[in-house]
Ligand binder design. Structure first.
Ligand code: SAT
Ligand code: MN
Length: 630
């Protein structure tokens, strides 16, 4: 907020030039910009070219206004602290706006609250966003600059990629979008004026802003994140936080993405993508779905502990996948950076992430050390002695004894993808990488074995639909409840989940497709002593090894159980591991699973009511029967 005269003056000149440049843009884009300019009444317009100079200029502005701070221990790393009321996605304020409610959300049973997204009619939502009386967009950029960000999700020129234009009044968003997406002049050159996703974002605080004690502008009371699939529009107000404000990510790549995928016959999924090479030099790619903050980034950057294995990263959060003309499922990562959870990341859990984030990285809500470095929970053993720590709220001399975390549990690093030392050679291949296996999983402290394989595609779709996981800090949920999170997509469905299941099921009937095998994994099972039964992290290679060999289909290494195919005893390579309670880790307790069947049935009946696809009911009945027989 403390903008020096010099910076303001420069901004004015640069933006005036940019304002003239608007006239050189295509008529549709021009109309979009002019309409929103008239609505938001910014002081200036700045068309982002994505250059290094531009970024330096913006970072300097943020530093001068005290919104951002350099972390001098590293090369071009910065720290940002949000308003404590603006630290995560807000699912309760995230809407999909379609004419008919049933296009967006399933109709729950009578008296039951729907938990599969929020709907509003486009007319009502537009009024709430754009009508003066609701005090959101009209005049919201007064005193601020409106930045125009042309961005591409996916490799430039890939037939699978999509281009969007985001208008925002947040410099943090511009800088972060530059890391997370391909952004700038090159995208603008390729933009089809008749086909781009329109994104509008404001932090919701015209200048001069009220003094909240934080330099992070936001407006939590008025926050809404809205999507208009019919017109391919995204409108977000009041929050500067990642998933709410970097509109290419969850809003475009998953919510609108899933709608486009349904219409065009592909998949937009909350999945990491990685390549694995066995000691014989054979390579396969897998895609894996886990809810936010369940270790996608760690698995995507895994350092194999089994000798001779290699793992390479294509993406850590989102996969766009389409069957090619040979029936092979091909995946691209639409993103260009990592927006990863910081706490828990360290040299033993994820050394590749640690190597990725020591330059050109923006940290949000982590703690800061007196030697100019970062700190978060999990780094205790990796920092020099006697450094003082300032917590994410700005309290100096933080100590563990305070009982409060130094970094916010959902604090993040935002780092350029090509800095990761284990990127796959094909990570930017416009054709995508061929997927052999799809993996689903969550945090399941009880009852759920380390790994099992679905009997077939339909059963796999059922397994993914009935996924559950312990709640994490990535959204506003409280406590450690086990939540249903189908496909790890519950916060990200762009249309009715019942239809989403049908979309997945429909591929079984299409001719000549090489349908990937489907697996379920659980790294988080705990023993009766409350301790994790599986070491996880690099040791997960042992599970990937089994999955890899199952894809080959040459060996006799699987055995049927009521819930799916389990590794035969001794089929998992445990060489060199300490004692693992394999029986406990792989068990399928009958009582637990009878309860699980009840919970899943109740969930489907409650949430989808009469819309439950018949194949799902059939799979559920079969599961129940098999568990009862066991
Ligand atoms: O905040 S984000 O939605 O970008 C990250 C996540 O929850 O997966
Ligand atoms: Mn995610």
């Amino acid at each position: 907020r403390i903008i020096t005269h010099r910076v303001q003056f420069q901004t004015t000149i640069q933006a005036a030039m940019n304002d003239r440049r608007v006239e050189s843009l295509g008529p549709q884009l021009q109309a979009f910009i002019r309409e929103k300019q008239a609505l938001c009444q910014p002081e200036n317009i700045h068309i982002c070219d994505g250059s290094q100079e531009e970024n330096e200029y913006m970072v300097n502005q943020m530093i001068e206004s005290k919104m951002m701070k350099r972390l001098p221990l590293y090369e071009d790393c910065f720290i940002v602290r949000t308003d404590p009321a603006d630290v995560a996605r807000v699912e309760s304020k995230t809407f999909i706006c379609t004419d008919r409610r049933e296009d967006t959300i399933p109709t729950p049973a009578l008296g039951v609250e729907g938990k599969l997204g929020k709907w509003e009619s486009p007319e009502t939502m537009r009024e709430k966003l754009f009508d003066e009386s609701f005090e959101r967009f009209p005049g919201c950029m007064k005193g601020r600059t409106m930045y125009v960000i042309p961005f591409c999700m996916g490799p430039l020129g890939s037939p699978l990629s999509k281009i969007g234009v985001q208008l925002t009044d947040s410099l943090y968003v511009v800088s972060s979008m530059r890391i997370m997406t391909r952004m700038g002049a090159e995208v603008m050159n390729r933009l089809d004026d008749n086909n781009f996703v329109r994104c509008l974002h404001s932090v919701g605080q015209p200048l001069p802003a009220p003094d909240t004690g934080y330099v992070w502008p936001c407006n939590p009371e008025k926050t809404v994140i809205t999507h208009f699939p019919a017109t391919r529009e995204i409108v977000s107000f009041g929050s500067g936080y990642g998933g709410n404000s970097l509109l290419g990510k969850k809003c475009l790549a998953l919510r609108l993405g899933s709608v486009m995928a349904r219409d065009e016959g592909w998949f937009a999924e909350h999945m990491l993508i990685m390549g694995i090479t066995n000691p014989a030099g054979e390579k396969r790619y897998i895609a894996a779905a886990f809810p936010s903050a369940c270790g996608k980034t760690n698995l995507a950057m895994l350092n194999p502990t089994l000798p001779g294995w290699k793992a390479e990263c294509v993406g850590d959060d989102i996969a766009w996948m389409k069957f090619d003309e040979n029936g092979v499922l091909r995946a691209i990562n639409p993103e260009f950076g990592f927006f990863g959870v910081a706490p828990g990341t360290n040299m033993s859990s994820n050394p590749n992430a640690m190597k990725t984030v020591t330059k050109n990285t923006v940290f949000t809500n982590v703690a800061e050390r007196s030697d100019g470095g970062f700190f978060w929970e999990g780094l205790e053993k990796e920092i020099p002695p006697n450094v003082a720590i300032t917590d994410w709220l700005g309290n100096e001399n933080w100590s563990k004894d305070s009982g409060k975390p130094a970094a916010h549990p959902n604090s993040r690093f935002c780092a350029p993808i090509d800095q990761c030392p284990v990127m796959d050679p094909a990570w930017e291949d416009p054709a995508g990488v061929p997927i052999s296996a799809l993996i689903f999983g969550g945090r399941r402290p009880q009852g759920m074995p380390l790994v099992y394989e679905a009997f077939n595609w339909q059963h796999g779709v059922f397994v993914a639909s009935s996924m559950r996981s312990e709640a994490t800090a990535a959204a506003e949920h409280k406590g450690k409840v086990i939540m249903h999170d189908p496909f790890a997509m519950r916060p990200f469905f762009g249309y009715n989940f019942a239809n989403y299941i049908k979309h997945w099921l429909s591929f079984e009937d299409k001719p000549n497709l090489q349908l990937p095998k489907i697996f379920h994994v659980n790294w988080f099972r705990k023993g009766s002593n409350g301790k994790f039964l599986w070491p996880g992290f690099g040791e997960n290679t042992r599970v990937l090894d089994w999955i890899f060999r199952r894809c080959d289909g040459q060996e006799d290494i699987a055995t049927p159980s009521p819930i799916g195919l389990l590794p035969k005893p001794d089929a998992l390579n445990l060489e060199g591991l300490g004692k693992i309670e394999m029986e406990e880790l792989m068990s399928v307790p009958k009582e637990y699973w009878l309860d699980e069947v009840q919970a899943i049935r109740k969930y489907f009946n409650d949430q989808l009511s009469t819309d439950v696809p018949s194949q799902i009911t059939q799979e559920l009945d079969n599961l129940e029967e098999r568990v009862k027989q066991s």
